[in-house]
Design a protein around this ligand. Structure first.
Ligand SMILES: [Zn+2]
Length: 248
């Protein structure tokens, strides 16, 4: 604890300087060199609570850049952090993601305990429980950012495309997923991987449209307390791109 008390002010100043450096940088144009300045290897970030949607998006972007480059700091992953958040959580982003084992949010955004409020279903299919969880994160925890996160080569999406192609039904409750993803298949253009990619992006954008029908979420957006953003995770590069929209 003594060491923590000594180091934390230094780390805090380091991060403050990094954020000041970043303030003049376009969010999506962050350069690796900027990233290198923004993180101290192995540091456990002593952050103030993040309540601003844009600040939350910047934090995710920085964490994902660290992940892409293999320069993870594994923040908020200590016994001290566990003790701190045991009493109260204040995560800064909701991640509504696919269950795919390759896009674990805490890993790809290089975050730790108490940072992200995560809901996952295959193909990030929305049902009552998932929507209720998202609304809880906004209404009860005051989380300022909601990311719907699709990903490259999504198995739920390709399975749906296959079922639609064969004019068939999926077995068991998997049909629930297929029925939810099916409208996105109409947006598929091109062939092969490009077509899958279009459908994945459409599925993300259509999910956001459904979320916008939630009175709780819509009101938070209206009041400037929440941003809802579509993300797309590249399995090969580890990069998350934000701003997914419905394909033309
Ligand atoms: Zn998936």
């Amino acid at each position: 604890m003594k060491e923590k008390a000594t180091l934390q002010p230094v780390r805090r100043r380091f991060i403050q300087r990094a954020v000041q450096t970043l303030a003049g940088v376009t969010l999506f144009g962050l350069k690796p060199a900027v990233l290198a300045q923004a993180t101290a290897p192995g540091s456990n970030l002593a952050r103030s609570p993040i309540t601003d949607p844009d600040a939350a998006l910047r934090e995710l972007t920085l964490g994902n850049l660290r992940f892409q480059q293999g320069q993870m700091t594994h923040p908020d992953n200590t016994l001290e952090r566990r003790t701190l958040v045991a009493a109260k959580q204040q995560p800064y982003a909701i991640i509504f993601a696919c269950s795919d084992s390759r896009e674990a949010p805490e890993l790809i955004f290089d975050e730790g305990l108490g940072d992200l409020f995560v809901i996952r279903t295959a193909g990030h299919v929305l049902d009552g429980a998932a929507l209720g969880s998202l609304e809880f994160g906004v209404a009860e925890l005051g989380i300022p950012l909601l990311v719907v996160l699709g990903h490259e080569r999504c198995g739920a999406v390709t399975a749906t495309m296959d079922v639609v192609e064969r004019r068939a039904l999926a077995p068991g409750n998997i049909e629930t997923l297929v029925a939810a993803i099916r409208p996105a298949v109409l947006y598929g253009r091109g062939e092969g991987a490009a077509r899958v990619d279009q459908v994945v992006r459409a599925n993300t954008a259509l999910t956001i449209q459904r979320l916008q029908r939630s009175a709780i979420l819509a009101e938070a957006v209206e009041r400037g307390k929440l941003k809802i953003v579509g993300g797309h995770y590249d399995l090969d590069t580890g990069a998350v791109s934000f701003g997914v929209t419905l394909p033309e």
